[in-house]
Design a protein around this ligand. Structure first.
Ligand SMILES: [Zn+2]
Ligand SMILES: [Zn+2]
Length: 111
């Protein structure tokens, strides 16, 4: 039996202790087993970007035909960043990054 989700999309939690910025975004690709089937309309790959205008993280599906590297809310060019190495988009300091298993989100909010 094929699982509905392969679990390759992970929710990333970003927290800045310096300025209080925080964001939670699902990132990753939806279906790695299907990479050979390039006509799969459900294939999505969420990547992390920074909008310099708003100083915040934006995630976008790079396989979305409407996505052209622009921020959906203000149309400025987005800068792609690595979720494990990025700094706070607001103040540039270290971020606390946590990967949250989507299947385990139910009890992870207690900390
Ligand atoms: Zn910050
Ligand atoms: Zn923006």
């Amino acid at each position: 039996m094929k699982p509905l989700y392969n679990g390759s999309v992970k929710v990333y939690s970003f927290k800045c202790k310096n300025c209080g910025y925080g964001s939670k975004l699902p990132l990753g690709s939806s279906d790695l087993d299907q990479t050979l089937v390039d006509v799969n309309a459900d294939y999505a790959e969420y990547r992390l970007f920074v909008c310099r205008k708003e100083s915040k993280f934006v995630h976008a599906d790079i396989h979305d035909k409407d996505f052209r590297g622009m921020c959906p809310s203000d149309g400025t060019e987005l800068e792609e960043v690595d979720p494990r190495q990025t700094k706070c988009p607001r103040c540039g300091k270290e971020l606390e990054v946590q990967e949250i298993n989507p299947l385990a989100t139910a009890d992870s909010a207690t900390e």
